[in-house]
Design a binder for this molecule. Structure first.
Ligand SMILES: Cc1cc2nc3c(=O)[nH]c(=O)nc-3n(C[C@H](O)[C@H](O)[C@H](O)COP(=O)(O)OP(=O)(O)OC[C@H]3O[C@@H](n4cnc5c(N)ncnc54)[C@H](O)[C@@H]3O)c2cc1C
Length: 400
């Protein structure tokens, strides 16, 4: 798509591009490019570099440390971070819990959590889902019983992404079971992961990595001041947070970067003696994804513009989530197709920065495509599965 940029916007784009060229650490970039898992330290180091530049929270209000950027500036920034293949801010703090804290939290909570979240001194994780409560989240059973000046929490959260790195978890918990609707009686509570009774257990995903966890709460004492907003109103806050989360999942700029990589691979690869670039069927599929991606980019820009004038992302965030993840998975499939049989070897040792390319791994990126493919089956599930998003679109967008 073509955005006609003003001179100021072009200068801004150049400033951001130069920043990524000069400040993005080469060792982290090498890991990203080679599919090596980043450590907690890698994420935090990079996020602190962004924070020092004042670019950690591009969507926050300026009064709390946001950038005050226009939608076009945000769009340009997202493009540059993706084109540099630099990690995004881990979403749970800056993008998810912080908007809830600055919108509904007490002054004390804002002071206590916002600066440290912005500076990546706190790592947050998200405690919504439970065994048996994912799509049907309102059926959640983790209880927070009031006992004087604290709550006592008991229950299990699951699929907690990077919970093993986290200092704090934001949770939806049941504070009242005696309610007419299940959505009532749910509260939004912040829990220090170091509190006695909190246990984190790994869940290993299909490609063999630790990314998600179970988090168990056994008589965990949490001070009442860690309740955000009003008791029993957690469902309302939680839903708003999910809309922020879904907008974020669309990943348009990342998909554009991956599409450009796919074009590079296409130019280099030879399948059965024929250059992949001459494979018309592959080229047609690639073009179809590219067209979908351009259309989604327009939708994302419209949403960004709405958010910029103070509107919360609405049910259209579900459209971004569905289409964005479908495109991501279509790209995964094309990477697998381009890799051919090089996608098959399982050589965990190659995902270290030092591993030399050898004949089993093609150009080096091919086996990574299988890991990505398997890992990214999650994209159409997390943040609320795509089937559920289609229900939301049919009800709230199409009015069916
Ligand atoms: C990798 C990964 C990371 C995640 N990270 C987090 C996290 O950090 N924190 C967190 O709280 N949660 C997290 N989740 C949980 C995620 O939000 C849930 O998995 C998701 O909401 C789906 O719930 P479920 O797994 O219980 O599936 P279910 O609700 O059991 O659904 C199973 C299938 O049935 C379909 N289905 C269910 N109900 C309907 C319906 N009414 N209409 C049509 N179809 C329906 C679903 O779409 C799905 O295909 C993560 C999940 C994954 C996979």
């Amino acid at each position: 798509m073509h955005v006609n940029l003003t001179d100021d916007e072009l200068a801004f784009q150049e400033e951001v591009r130069t920043f990524f060229r000069e400040q993005y650490p080469a060792d982290i970039r090498a890991k990203q490019d080679n599919g090596v898992q980043l450590t907690r330290e890698d994420y935090v180091r990079w996020q602190k570099i962004l924070h020092q530049r004042g670019w950690a929270a591009i969507n926050w209000p300026v009064e709390y440390g946001g950038t005050g950027w226009t939608p076009v500036q945000k769009y340009l920034f997202e493009n540059e971070i993706a084109m540099a293949n630099a990690p995004d801010m881990v979403p749970f703090g800056v993008k998810m819990v912080a908007p809830i804290i600055y919108t509904f939290g007490s002054e004390e909570q804002k002071k206590r959590f916002l600066p440290d979240t912005l500076a990546s001194n706190i790592w947050w994780c998200q405690g919504y889902s439970e065994p048996g409560s994912g799509s049907d989240l309102a059926s959640l059973k983790t209880r927070a019983d009031r006992a004087g000046d604290h709550y006592v929490i008991n229950g299990t959260k699951t699929w907690t992404t990077l919970g093993h790195f986290a200092d704090w978890i934001f949770c939806l918990v049941r504070t009242n079971s005696d309610v007419a609707r299940r959505q009532e009686g749910i509260s939004f509570v912040l829990v220090d992961m170091q509190t006695p009774g909190v246990t984190v257990r790994p869940i290993i995903t299909i490609e063999g990595e630790r990314e998600v966890n179970e988090v168990h709460f056994e008589n965990v004492k949490v001070p009442v001041e860690n309740l955000v907003g009003e008791e029993g109103k957690g469902w309302t806050y939680g839903k708003l947070l999910l809309q922020h989360e879904r907008t974020n999942i669309a990943g348009v700029a990342r998909s554009k970067y991956r599409l450009s990589k796919l074009r590079e691979i296409m130019a280099q690869s030879v399948h059965g003696g024929t250059p992949l670039a001459e494979n018309k069927n592959f080229a047609r599929k690639l073009a179809a994804v590219e067209i979908d991606l351009q259309a989604l980019e327009f939708t994302e820009l419209r949403t960004l513009a709405a958010v910029a004038v103070g509107k919360a992302p609405g049910p259209e965030s579900s459209i971004l989530k569905i289409k964005g993840t479908e495109i991501q998975q279509a790209l995964d499939t094309l990477f697998m197709e381009a890799a051919g049989y090089y996608a098959l070897p399982n050589l965990p040792q190659q995902f270290t920065a030092e591993y030399p390319v050898d004949e089993r791994t093609g150009f080096g990126s091919e086996t990574l495509s299988a890991l990505r493919y398997f890992n990214n089956r999650k994209a159409s599930i997390y943040g609320g599965s795509n089937e559920i998003q289609k229900n939301i679109v049919s009800k709230h967008v199409l009015g069916l």
